[in-house]
Design a protein around this ligand. Structure first.
Ligand code: GTP
Ligand code: MG
Length: 369
């Protein structure tokens, strides 16, 4: 027998062993406190409690060693996932649109894109994935839910306006997420453009430009006229290369919900970002507290695809309910397992909601008294 026992895992997770026994019972596994658990079962339990397996739980040293030895050859480079942030009207949408249009130049544009909240472009035959976050709130909400999706942050600052309150917010977000920042000094075509001022003000926020001896890359551009946009894309590739972004396409897919909606005809329509593994049509998937089979999958250009590799945004249908942006997803080998986990999770969610609503009404009561 290898692996750790239910009791040991409970101790490591700071949980009651009886909770874990109950949980596994609900998932169709009969165990006692002394039963040893295989990796998959440990992973199941950890997923239930929202704990990351490898980092937090030192499982059997040997098997961990094996994983580490086995993994490097499975790991391949994946596209960088990039978010664009900045103050209102400084040009985020224009920049995203201009970047999206570079596809036309590369001749790989398949009609006007159906908008799925994320898209990929190729730069020097390497892809970059852009997340089309509508604003800082979405970013904050995703981060609050523990979603870690961005590899690189572009902060757009209008050269004729300089650093503004939301610029500072964006810098804070990027720093909290611990991702490299590229500053796009935008609207350089405007007569009032003053890039030195932007560099000065950003330096005050701790982002010293490379040309002044710091390590933040500033790229001057005009999102509207397209100048400097190619530089931004190439800079992203350079920064991405330094980060050595890798993933294992041979695993079952995991990732995050970018957006989700209910479509009258098709049911829940969900945009997922595959972050590790490969997602296939027909895969059994748990998404937040929802589950289902990936019935149909389309890419960012609305083309039907059968599989999606790491860093690929896709739209899927086939879930039983609508998840929330920032929810994580994971593919399981059996539909039964996926269903059991999803049901258990939605049960937990209902309980939590009940608890928090009763707590609130007690609070209200106290205030009234
Ligand atoms: P919000 O989504 O409202 O926060 O704004 P945004 O950051 O997405 O800015 P958006 O791209 O909508 O641009 C705001 C205005 O600035 C628009 O009128 C753009 O046409 C204009 N604009 C954006 N980039 C440039 C640029 O490089 N030069 C000039 N002259 N105008 C620009
Ligand atoms: Mg915008």
């Amino acid at each position: 027998e290898e692996g750790i026992s239910v009791g040991e895992l409970a101790q490591k997770m700071n949980r009651n062993a009886s909770d874990i026994i109950k949980l596994l019972f609900m998932l169709g596994k009969m165990v006692t406190i002394n039963s040893s658990m295989d990796d998959e079962t440990i992973e199941l339990v950890c997923m239930e409690y929202g704990v990351e397996v490898k980092k937090e739980i030192p499982v059997d040293e040997d098997s961990l060693e094996d994983e580490v030895e086995e993994n490097p050859e499975d790991l391949v480079q994946r596209p960088a996932i990039v978010t664009i942030m900045g103050h209102v009207d400084h040009g985020k949408t224009t920049l995203l649109d201009t970047i999206r249009k570079t596809r036309v130049v590369e001749g790989e544009f398949g009609g006007i894109t159906q908008h799925i909240g994320a898209y990929q472009v190729s730069v020097q035959s390497k892809k970059i994935t852009f997340l089309d976050t509508p604003g800082h709130e979405a970013f904050t909400a995703m981060r609050a839910r523990g979603a870690k999706v961005t590899d690189i942050c572009i902060i757009v600052v209008a050269a004729d306006d300089g650093v503004m309150p939301q610029t500072k917010e964006a810098v804070d977000h990027a720093k909290a997420a611990d991702v490299p920042i590229i500053v796009a000094v935008n609207k350089m075509d405007k007569p009032a453009a003053n890039p030195e001022r932007v560099m000065n003000e950003m330096s005050d926020l701790g982002l010293l430009p490379e040309e002044w001896g710091g390590d933040t890359i500033f790229v001057k551009c005009s999102a509207k006229q397209g100048e400097g946009v190619q530089d931004i894309l190439e800079t992203i590739q350079v920064v991405a290369e330094m980060r050595e972004l890798k993933a294992n396409p041979k695993r079952n897919a995991t990732g995050t919900v970018i957006e989700a909606k209910l479509d009258k005809g098709r049911g829940p329509v969900v945009t997922l970002l595959v972050q590790n593994g490969t997602l296939h049509t027909g895969d059994c998937i748990v998404v937040g507290a929802c589950f289902g089979k990936v019935r149909k999958m389309t890419d960012d250009r609305g083309r039907e695809i059968k599989e999606a590799k790491p860093s690929t945004p896709v739209e899927i249908i086939g879930l039983n309910d609508v998840p929330v942006a920032g929810d994580m997803f994971k593919v399981f080998d059996s539909e039964k397992q996926a269903r059991a986990i999803a049901e258990r999770r939605s049960q937990t969610k209902i309980e939590q909601e009940r608890k928090s609503s009763s707590a609130m009404s007690l609070d209200d009561l106290a205030r009234q008294i």
